[in-house]
Design a protein around this ligand. Structure first.
Ligand SMILES: [Zn+2]
Length: 461
């Protein structure tokens, strides 16, 4: 550790390799390549949006205005001035105790579009054709369906009233990713029969279609659906039947991504890689690695990824959520991932971040889930703002509609509310979802041509 606390605020100690800067005398530890806007993002959810709206100006110690793209140096002192030339109240200062409760959003709002109410913005986002590229089948059940299925199969639940069960499943108290993952025991207990899996996939598509998701990639690990000896091919056929039915009824297109599990043996991943390849062009579009990231490196599963890529099938890997850039490095360079799930801590590795940007490797961002697993301390400090500003290909996704109590619409609204994304920028995030989809090129171009004018029209203010 270097530096120590020189800010007098007693808020944090400079981590190795970071610069200590101050915004309105509040110390923040930022990365050496950070720009003024990054320090503001870390400072408060209102600061950056206020500057963008022209209500606040950033000045240095001598009172000279500083641009958002300015580089910052160790010990830099920045001040926010209101339009009347006075220092406004320093919103929600960085370093306050973190809350993992995503409902604790507070009233503070980085409203990015002048003249539009939150309801109007929500309606616009809701109406936009959207994607959900990172959504777990076993994390996106309706509470009422869990109760009905448990009843049918004589399974006991932590609560039998759908509302109470929904409340229990919505994670508010996780200390880390492992705590968050513990809830999946409940959902998986009712996912061991064909009809149940088909129904769950169908209902997920129905719920997504209801908020105008046009294309979805649903992921799950078939091995976790075999506790009652369901044959592996049936664990794929069952959701595909539900998805087909939903396509006919609601017009939503969906594909499957099969997940290996980090903390299982490498030969399990190889079996699942085989299954993925067997269903290539039959509804399965990619292979993934999910589960506890800490202590379970991706490179242990590199043979499974080699098999998948060797068969010209896509790969995406959960990485940089509960572990740093080394994990993303392994996902990309040992396993050859074409997309990264989360990538929350990518910013800690500037060289790798540059590589990801240069190669247009999409990041599947899940804001609410990241707050819940404490991968970030709150919405306002999520690095998606930094990634977007640097030109990385980022899209917003739900991860787990049940455990995160979220929808694609809510995720985008949170980006508007807490990270200062304008509706135009939200349109880019939404388009990035379509651009990053594991669809064949011609299909993707056709879909983009269809949705882009609609998305742009809804973003126009
Ligand atoms: Zn996930």
């Amino acid at each position: 550790m270097a530096g120590g606390d020189r800010g007098g605020g007693g808020l944090s100690v400079t981590a190795e390799g970071r610069l200590r800067v101050y915004v309105d005398d509040v110390p923040h530890d930022v990365w050496p390549w950070a720009l003024v806007r990054d320090a503001l993002t870390w400072h408060s959810e209102d600061a950056l949006a206020g500057v963008r709206r022209g209500e606040l100006t950033v000045v240095d110690q001598s009172g000279s205005p500083v641009g958002l793209d300015g580089q910052i140096a160790e010990g830099a002192r920045l001040f926010l001035r209101g339009s009347a030339g006075e220092t406004p109240e320093a919103g929600q200062a960085g370093g306050l105790p973190a809350s993992a409760d995503p409902e604790a959003e507070g009233e503070a709002s980085a409203v990015a579009d002048e003249g539009l109410s939150e309801e109007e913005v929500r309606d616009r986002i809701h109406a936009m054709p959207k994607t959900d590229l990172h959504v777990h089948l076993d994390g996106s059940l309706r509470p009422s369906t869990i109760v009905e299925l448990a009843d049918e199969h004589g399974i006991s639940l932590p609560a039998t009233d759908p509302e109470a069960l929904g409340e229990y499943m919505f994670v508010k108290d996780a200390r880390n990713l492992e705590d968050y993952l513990a809830r999946f025991g409940v959902t998986l207990s009712v996912m061991q029969h064909s009809e149940a899996i088909e129904r769950i996939a169908y209902e997920l598509c129905e719920d997504a279609a209801a908020e105008n998701v046009r294309y979805m990639e649903i992921r799950y690990s078939p091995i976790l659906l075999t506790a009652e000896r369901l044959p592996l091919p049936e664990t794929v056929e069952a959701p595909l039947r539900g998805m087909r039915r939903a396509r006919e009824e609601f017009g939503i297109d969906a594909s499957l991504i099969i997940c290996g599990i980090r903390n299982m043996e490498a030969d399990v991943s190889r079996d699942l890689a085989d299954l993925t390849i067997a269903y290539k062009n039959r509804g399965v579009v990619a292979f993934d690695l999910a589960g506890a990231e800490y202590n379970y490196p991706a490179k242990k599963h590199k043979n499974a990824f080699y098999m998948v890529r060797n068969a010209n099938v896509n790969a995406t890997i959960h990485a940089g959520e509960a572990y740093g850039p080394e994990s993303i490095h392994q996902a990309l360079h040992y396993c050859g991932a074409h997309r990264i799930g989360h990538g929350t801590r990518l910013y800690e590795g500037p060289d790798l971040m540059q590589f990801v940007n240069d190669h247009r490797i999409p990041l599947e961002i899940c804001l609410t889930s990241n707050v819940q697993t404490r991968a970030v301390k709150d919405f306002a400090s999520h690095p998606v703002r930094l990634y977007f500003d640097r030109g990385l290909v980022v899209s917003l996704n739900t991860d787990n509609r049940l455990m995160s109590g979220t929808t694609v619409t809510k995720e985008h609204l949170r980006a508007w509310k807490h990270l200062g994304f304008t509706l135009d920028e939200i349109a880019e995030l939404v388009l990035n979802g379509f651009r990053s989809a594991f669809l064949h090129h011609a299909e993707k171009e056709a879909l983009l041509a269809e949705v882009e004018p609609e998305i742009r029209r809804l973003a126009a203010t």
